[in-house]
Design a binder for this molecule. Structure first.
Ligand SMILES: Cc1cc2nc3c(=O)[nH]c(=O)nc-3n(C[C@H](O)[C@H](O)[C@H](O)COP(=O)(O)OP(=O)(O)OC[C@H]3O[C@@H](n4cnc5c(N)ncnc54)[C@H](O)[C@@H]3O)c2cc1C
Length: 423
């Protein structure tokens, strides 16, 4: 059987592959491609892991299968939109540019495709830990933790409202347990008494330093002869319908194959190759707080606030919120500060001021699925971006899938749901 998504590489082994973007997706692709014998060069104006991959919530949930847009999203968004501290905020000056993406986003939530989307997320997430272990070697032990995750509900009504998520998980065989308020307190004694119920996902967990995860993989790539070039890719040189060089701000660099893994900036590069892919930045924030006296053992997700509270190497990370304001608007300090205030409601004993705040650009497609596979226009261009709110979870398997497709071998997972021409 031939896999139509495979990328044409000039020579099967020892191709010169240019990877654009040194985030978790770019380094995962580079590391698996290098294992196949290719020469990899990664282009990024920033050091590895300093884009969105720097500050995510660290959640690794093989059971994270619920897309962002679900039926009822419009009603829910309308209730948030007037509150500047709510989980979603739209900069009205940017709205006209976001309208086409928002329209597709709303349609995706209402579509009967939702089960298919959940299944495709499950495929991409199921072996996340295992594939990271391949990339991280001995460092996996200190970075990856199958600690379980707790989804927290403040009332029975809130629990009932989340029925769709539970149905999607159940249909895909994801293990979970429902806990009472007392059981929640026993599992996480530092939490206050706000929660009526929780769902415990025992096979999920976290990475305690997502930046170190990327730099560890990057160091391994360098040790094995891969190169990181601090340059921004501006364009491509084409010959006979194939990309022959990436044009950077440091000059033209020849290559046999290109992987576009530039996170929320990827659509600009794909656009240079004639592809129109709806990608929006869903800006998110984190605040690092001093660890409470009794440190939480696992990521905690109070659904009402839509924030993840994760124990990290350097404190407790409170991460979340979605903001639509484009790639260029400055960080909104108020929204970052709001995260810290919300967290203090949940941890009554918590004192201390934020250690740091951060903002990053989630690369979001309207249907919550990334774009992975060969470009429909140039067969030596591979696309690997658009992982939205689950790029850490999906990173390792994306790297493996890209290497399968470049090699033309039977892919580890069915690549069809992630094809670029679905839009
Ligand atoms: C608040 C928050 C919480 C999150 N929590 C989680 C979570 O718990 N679990 C999870 O799985 N995901 C989470 N995510 C999402 C996750 O962080 C992203 O999906 C992931 O980091 C995307 O990785 P990436 O490599 O595609 O992008 P990035 O990490 O942004 O990397 C892209 C790189 O491309 C570079 N680049 C851009 N343009 C060019 C160019 N022209 N030339 C060269 N280089 C270029 C950029 O400089 C950047 O370094 C969260 C995100 C946010 C914001």
């Amino acid at each position: 059987m031939e896999y139509i998504f495979h990328c044409e590489v000039k020579e099967k082994a020892l191709a010169n592959i240019a990877i654009i973007g040194a985030g978790v997706i770019g380094v995962s692709c580079a590391a698996f491609l290098q294992r196949d014998g290719h020469n990899v060069t990664i282009y990024d104006p920033l050091p590895p892991g300093e884009g969105c991959s720097f500050g995510n919530a660290g959640s690794i949930g093989p059971g994270s299968v619920v897309p962002l847009s679900t039926p009822g999203i419009v009603r829910q968004a309308a209730s948030w939109i007037t509150d500047p501290d709510s989980p979603l905020w739209i900069d009205w000056r940017y709205l006209p540019r976001a309208v086409p993406w928002l329209a597709r986003f709303i349609t995706a939530g209402a579509s009967p495709r939702i089960n298919g989307i959940a299944k495709a997320l499950r495929l991409l997430h199921a072996d996340s830990f295992e594939n990271y272990r391949t990339l991280l070697g001995v460092d996996a032990k200190s970075l990856l933790h199958i600690s379980g995750q707790l989804y927290l509900y403040e009332s029975d009504a809130a629990f009932t409202k989340d029925a769709l998520g539970r149905e999607l998980r159940e249909a895909l065989g994801i293990r979970s347990e429902i806990l009472s308020a007392d059981e929640v307190r026993q599992l996480e004694p530092s939490l206050g008494p706000r929660f009526a119920k929780a769902m415990y996902l025992p096979d999920s967990g976290h990475c305690s330093n997502p930046h170190r995860l990327v730099t560890t993989i990057a160091e391994d790539i360098t040790r094995n002869g891969g190169r990181f070039v601090r340059a921004s890719v501006k364009d491509f040189e084409l010959e006979a319908g194939q990309v022959r060089a990436v044009v950077t701000d440091a000059g033209s660099m020849p290559c046999d194959t290109v992987v576009i893994a530039a996170g929320a900036w990827s659509h600009r590069l794909a656009g240079r190759l004639g592809l129109k892919i709806p990608l929006e930045s869903l800006r998110g924030y984190h605040v690092m707080l001093p660890m409470p006296e009794k440190a939480p053992k696992r990521p905690l997700y109070p659904l009402a606030a839509k924030i993840m509270m994760t124990p990290m190497e350097h404190g407790l990370r409170i991460a979340g919120t979605a903001e639509i304001a484009g790639l260029d608007a400055p960080m909104n300090e108020r929204r970052a500060a709001a995260l810290g205030k919300i967290a203090k409601r949940y941890f009554p004993g918590m004192t201390g001021e934020p250690i740091s705040v951060w903002m990053g650009h989630r690369p979001a497609t309207p249907d919550s699925l990334p774009v992975i596979g060969a470009s429909p226009r140039h067969k030596n261009v591979m696309l690997a971006f658009g992982h939205g709110q689950t790029g850490l979870i999906g990173g390792s398997t994306t790297g493996l899938l890209v290497s399968d497709l470049v090699a033309g071998r039977k892919p580890t997972i069915d690549p069809h749901p992630y094809r670029a021409n679905r839009f």
